[in-house]
Design a protein around this ligand. Structure first.
Ligand code: GDP
Ligand code: MG
Length: 201
């Protein structure tokens, strides 16, 4: 049986998040929901690793391309190509420029429903339309239309794994086994213990 407390997810505070001085704010949001930080590093991501990250799912390029073509058409614009893979490749190139532009914070967060909770707190991909109260909704204003006009990746402060499987693959890419620390956080007792013994004196 899998222990729900052991679910892990990868979060990257992208270079714009570091430049906006939002490291503390972002870390605080995951801490306060009850998740446990088990891995942390500060580095300038390497272009090859960024490419690998965004192509771990061989379907991702095509899906992102299809999404972009649809959004061009919805706006009454002609997409630069009708081939989703061509658009997907262009998005990956933009992401490489963005993610290697400065230091980023890479983190492993652990706890029940870690993947789902982190995505909920992070908000939708486009800050312009992501919900109020989410990190992307509260702290930045970028849009697909601005990013496309300027031929760059949408700046949305954070990456967070989309599914448990994606998280496993991404964590294996960015963190060695020895870089993740197994430890007990005292707050876990109140979050997970079946019997709340030992509180009253
Ligand atoms: P996420 O899981 O919410 O981060 O979104 P995706 O996995 O779909 O996309 C990964 C990253 O690529 C996003 O966070 C954006 O920075 C960028 N991105 C995705 N789709 C587009 C797009 O259509 N146009 C632009 N300019 N950037 C995109
Ligand atoms: Mg994603």
């Amino acid at each position: 049986m899998s222990d729900h407390r052991k679910e892990r997810t990868l979060v990257i505070i992208k270079p714009d998040g570091v430049q906006r001085s939002l490291i503390g704010e972002i870390v605080g949001r995951f801490e306060r929901v009850g998740l446990k930080l088990v891995g942390l590093k500060f580095m300038v991501p390497d272009a090859a690793q960024v490419e690998e990250h965004y192509t771990l799912d061989p379907e991702w390029k095509r899906k992102v391309g299809e999404k972009a073509i649809e959004s061009y058409k919805k706006k009454g614009q002609t997409p630069p190509s009708e081939d989703p893979n061509v658009i997907g490749n262009a998005v990956v190139e933009r992401l490489k420029n963005y993610m290697t532009s400065g230091p980023a914070v890479l983190m492993v967060w652990q706890g029940a429903h870690a993947v789902e909770l982190v995505r909920k707190l992070v908000g939708g991909t486009e800050p312009r339309s992501s919900d109020v109260g989410t990190i992307r909704g509260d702290f930045v204003l970028d849009s697909y239309s601005m990013a496309d006009t300027d031929d760059r990746a949408i700046r949305n402060l954070i990456h967070a794994s989309g599914t448990v499987d994606e998280a496993k693959q991404e964590l294996a890419l960015w963190f060695g086994e020895k870089e993740v620390v197994e430890y007990r956080l005292v707050a876990e007792s109140i979050l997970y213990d079946v019997n709340l013994d030992g509180i009253l004196e």
